[in-house]
Design a protein around this ligand. Structure first.
Ligand code: PMP
Length: 306
């Protein structure tokens, strides 16, 4: 028996008993939205802290609106339950937190708005250190799978069913010998990684895809933009990115809550810059690591202490 808890159907239950009925709409049709949030141990104060929790729950509510999901609880209550779960699970190191709002009624038929049906909220945590290796640089390929369009399954919402696209792209990339992939939009522009946003460095300027390029509006993306501007004085441009810009970039890296900042050292077997992890990537990776561990006092508003 696990000693861990989850939150399901309005109560804390043993993680082993946190199961749902096979007729659940969210399981049948992928009609659910989620967040991936991370909490870290703060070495200086000796406590856990959730990184940018407010922004994650704001985005979860935004995803609910797009998918016509009516969460039974508001963002503030979700935050309180998250803190309570971290306490109950006695988390003391890097922890991944997965809240989900899902269509909970047992029903055949994809329509989202049916009277007297219920949407529900659930939550669990897992220990997570190192989703991708951030130390030596990733070998990345351009996927033949295209990113979902805003008018198909909107990337702006973190929809469970949309991660079939991620799974196809990531798996085929992996089987071709890459650590991860870049997916292109239907127009052929660079969207993002399998489950992370992308930055390129060209002539000391950071370039990242604009939010109208079928990307998730990443919270780490926003964190990195702020750190790059405020701490390193770099200029940042958000715009459509051509595929061949990958091949001529000086540096490149993925960012995401699970990924943190992972430098990329090749695209389609062409070295990025000199093929080594770049200096801007290294500086930003170290700043990000300090921020999440509470070592940059000017960004303490990003931390929710447990
Ligand atoms: N894009 C996709 C498709 C993702 O799944 C993620 C991970 N949530 C990201 C980008 C990065 O977003 P964030 O920094 O908010 O975790």
């Amino acid at each position: 028996m696990s000693d861990q808890y989850a939150y399901l159907r309005g109560e804390f239950v043993s993680l082993d008993n946190a199961t749902i009925n096979i007729r659940t709409h969210g399981f049948l049709y992928g009609t659910a939205v989620f967040e991936g949030i991370k909490a870290y141990w703060l070495p200086e104060t000796g406590q856990m802290s959730v990184f940018r929790m407010v922004e994650h729950y704001k985005r979860l509510i935004q995803s609910c609106r797009i998918l016509r999901l009516r969460s039974p609880i508001d963002a503030e209550t979700m935050g309180n339950l998250t803190i309570e779960l971290i306490r109950r699970n006695q988390c003391q190191g890097p922890t991944y937190i997965r809240p989900i709002v899902y269509k909970a009624d047992l029903r055949i038929g994809p329509i989202l708005t049916v009277e007297n049906t219920k949407d529900d909220f659930c939550l669990f945590t897992v220990p997570m250190d190192g989703y991708l290796d951030t130390s030596k640089g990733l070998k990345v390929g351009v996927s033949s799978w295209r990113r979902l369009d805003d008018n198909a399954i909107p990337a702006r919402a973190k929809v469970n069913g949309a991660y079939v696209n991620t799974a196809l792209a990531k798996t085929d990339g992996y089987l071709s010998g890459f650590d991860d992939v870049v997916v292109l939009t239907n127009e052929g522009h660079v969207a993002e990684g399998s489950a992370m946003n992308l930055f390129l460095v060209r002539d000391n300027q950071l370039i990242t895809s604009s939010i109208t390029e079928n990307i998730l509006e990443g919270i780490t993306r926003d964190t990195i933009i702020q750190l790059a501007q405020q701490e390193l004085g770099l200029s940042i441009v958000s715009r459509p990115i051509d595929r061949t810009e990958l091949y001529v970039a000086d540096e490149a890296f993925f960012v995401g809550t699970a990924t943190e900042l992972a430098p990329i050292t090749s695209f389609d077997n062409r070295p990025v810059g000199d093929g080594k992890v770049g200096t801007i990537s290294t500086k930003l990776r170290d700043l990000y690591s300090k921020a999440i561990h509470g070592l940059l006092p000017q960004y303490s508003h990003w931390l929710t202490k447990v």
